[in-house]
Ligand binder design. Structure first.
Ligand code: T46
Length: 133
């Protein structure tokens, strides 16, 4: 089964332009407890390099693009996030890396839990041990 599960957010456009509505437990398949966004990422910087024990997220590039790698310990897949109408659903226990941010990239992330540093697995070896239990 692919690691790349998308949520599409149809634009509610009219002659003035486009609008996307993100609704907790409706267009977004979980209750949203936190929203953050990543922007002004410096050239050649890669981010992420961790997994979460208990966190679902939807990542949307609202402007610009970046390359997202997901890895469940068995398979590694990648995708360009490059559309404000395309959300990538990231489940628990999935290693993620973000690369090749465009200068204008704004990566919006909707999260199912509040921020908790103890939820992060930041070491790839520990991640592999955990998913292979
Ligand atoms: C993820 C990817 C896609 C907070 O204080 N609150 C928050 O909600 C977040 C997300 C971060 N922080 C602090 C923790 C660090 O001191 O902000 C700093 C940067 O966070 P981090 O190095 O974890 O950023 P990324 O880009 O490596 O990862 C982030 C999320 O942390 C992570 O959950 O899935 O984006």
């Amino acid at each position: 089964m692919s690691l790349l599960n998308f949520v599409s957010f149809p634009p509610l456009g009219d002659e003035r332009g486009s609008l996307v509505a993100l609704e907790s437990e409706k267009t977004v398949p979980f209750a949203i407890k936190r929203v953050y966004y990543i922007f002004a990422t410096q050239k050649s910087v890669a981010r992420g390099f961790h997994a979460h024990k208990n966190l679902k997220q939807v990542a949307i590039c609202v402007t610009g693009k970046c390359r997202m790698i997901l890895d469940n310990g068995e398979n590694r897949e990648e995708v360009w996030l490059d559309s404000p109408t395309k959300g990538l659903l990231i489940n628990d226990l999935v290693w993620r890396e973000m690369h090749d941010f465009s200068e204008d990239c704004v990566l919006l992330v909707l999260a199912s839990e509040h921020y908790d540093e103890n939820d992060y697995i930041r070491d790839y070896g520990s991640f592999l041990k955990q998913v292979r239990l």
